[in-house]
Design a protein around this ligand. Sequence first.
Ligand code: ZN
Length: 277
Amino acid sequence: MEFLDFSSRQRSRSLGTVFPSWKRGESVAFFAPHDDDVPLGAGYLLRAAIRRGGRPVVVIFCRGDAGFSTADAGRTIVAARKREAVQAYGKLGVPEEKLIFLGVPDFTLMSTVSRGRGSKPELFDRLVAFLRRERISRIVTTSPHFENWDHTAAFYHAVYTSSQAGDPVLADLGPPSSVRTILAYSVWSDFGPGPGEASPAADKGILASKEDERTVREALRAFRSQAAIMERTAAVDRRRRRMDDGYLELYRTVEVRRPVDYAKYAALLKTFRRNKD
Ligand SMILES: [Zn+2]
């Protein structure tokens, strides 16, 4: 397994290429709006985190109640998917106690991004408390770019709960703990355009072995209830991942609260002319 940086065009054996200054023992949260999203889009990274001494936790936001292809399956789909998810993540090396099922109905996740006004703790608070309690230092989440409304919502949860988790606010949710890296992965579609014309939309990646790809496909097969849906989409996509020397998975680094570069404006100001009137 090799780690790739498309900006500097370097490949290495160090997980630090995609998670800068990586240390063994770090906790990584994998956000899965739907149970199968992580194996579909970040299966290699999950395997890599385990191999490099990380402690992954998979947060499954939605309960999968829309993912059925025959009317009959609608009654049993939620329980079936939970069983399938436990099996699938087991194959990837994540035990059941490291799976968090939040049980949000499909296609409603965006309504939970706001904090809510009820007296019971809402999802926002639960996530901030979780990031602090588990000392999550990296989050891997879905891309927000025209994939699925729940995928966009999971992305915004990652961006806005992580920034608050590190701030000295909401003290009842535990002591602040900072997330150092957020990476977005693609499930169904390309990332949004890159920062410059010459820069690729994804800046990081993993080149995995045939064995890793086989393990991920095995995990995906555990989602038997999703077979009809996957057959038409993801299965085809996975063949396109094949490169000359491995299978490619891509990520986009999400920069939260990048400081303003005032020097750039200072240089520009020197070129200004002052209007006389
Ligand atoms: Zn999904």
